[in-house]
Design a protein around this ligand. Structure first.
Ligand SMILES: NC(=O)C1=CN([C@@H]2O[C@H](COP(=O)(O)OP(=O)(O)OC[C@H]3O[C@@H](n4cnc5c(N)ncnc54)[C@H](O)[C@@H]3O)[C@@H](O)[C@H]2O)C=CC1
Ligand SMILES: O=C([O-])CC(=O)C(=O)O
Length: 230
């Protein structure tokens, strides 16, 4: 788990209370399973009476990085030219790339589309299997972690219009007991500033969303139940 503190910097003019110094101001959760570890962190902080949903993030940037890289490979452009919003969760079928909302992704159809979606959803497993017990995609995860941290720091420092997908406490699907969800989030001086709706989805994306619902719900409940059992 990556934890960093921004408001408890030693150079702050007024020293924070000792208890506040122990609390991280923003928590970025990388360890898997992210769909469960974020609810674990949220429930643990809630139990201690200090949960602030604007400050806890599951780092799903790697899915975004992979989606851009693989789509760019098909379209024959650079990854920076093919940004893709990836929503829902961070494991297999719970990863849903919104290719229809991307200039270079929307024209991809049929078998190429199916293979691309599968590779985005299972790219992490591909590397884990290839490394055979020696960890995961270490360096590219470091890149994804740095990319998300940079976006958060830009939002915290007041930059406007910093919007990235991340797995946060979210109202979008709360009525279906899914209270953590990855979607485009606008980052601001407190962390989460605004959670954007998903926008228009294609028929294929609607199907992908349906397929992951049960799994994501179970992952979240498992994390929550773990904390309750302690
Ligand atoms: N959110 C994301 O997109 C991604 C998340 N990950 C996750 O990041 C985590 C780390 O991945 P890797 O660095 O590839 O794994 P790794 O297996 O190379 O490293 C894990 C490290 O944790 C240490 N460790 C294990 N149990 C420990 C304990 N109880 N106390 C202290 N240290 C302990 C091990 O000795 C090892 O050095 C994993 O949970 C992985 O699933 C990895 C890639 C992407
Ligand atoms: O499953 C893992 O440990 C690796 C992972 O999350 C990824 O590469 O996206």
């Amino acid at each position: 788990m990556t934890i960093f503190s921004t408001s408890t910097h030693p150079s702050s003019a007024t020293s924070p209370a000792p208890s506040a110094m122990l609390l991280p101001t923003h928590v970025l959760v990388i360890p898997n399973p992210v769909n469960s570890t974020v609810p674990i962190v949220a429930s643990t902080l809630a139990k201690a009476g200090v949960y602030n949903p604007a400050r806890v993030f599951g780092v799903t940037t790697f899915d975004v990085v992979r989606a851009a890289r693989f789509t760019a490979g098909i379209a024959g452009v650079r990854p920076a030219e093919a940004p893709i919003t990836v929503v829902r969760g961070h494991s297999g079928a719970t990863i849903v790339p919104l290719l229809s909302q991307s200039t270079h992704g929307k024209g991809i159809k049929g078998e190429v589309y199916d293979k691309l979606v599968h590779r985005i959803q299972f790219g992490g497993d591909e590397v884990v299997k290839a490394k055979d017990g020696a960890g995961s995609a270490t360096l590219s995860m470091a890149y994804a972690g740095a990319k998300f941290t940079d976006a958060l720091l830009r939002g915290l420092s007041g930059e406007k219009g910093v919007v990235v997908p991340t797995f946060v406490g979210s109202p979008l699907y709360k009525n279906q007991r899914i209270d953590s969800f990855s979607s485009n989030v606008e980052l601001g001086v407190n962390g989460v500033d605004k959670i954007h709706p998903l926008g228009q989805l294609s028929a294929e994306e609607e199907k992908l969303m349906e397929a992951c619902l049960t799994e994501l719900k179970q992952n979240i409940e498992k994390g929550r139940a773990f904390v309750e059992s302690l």
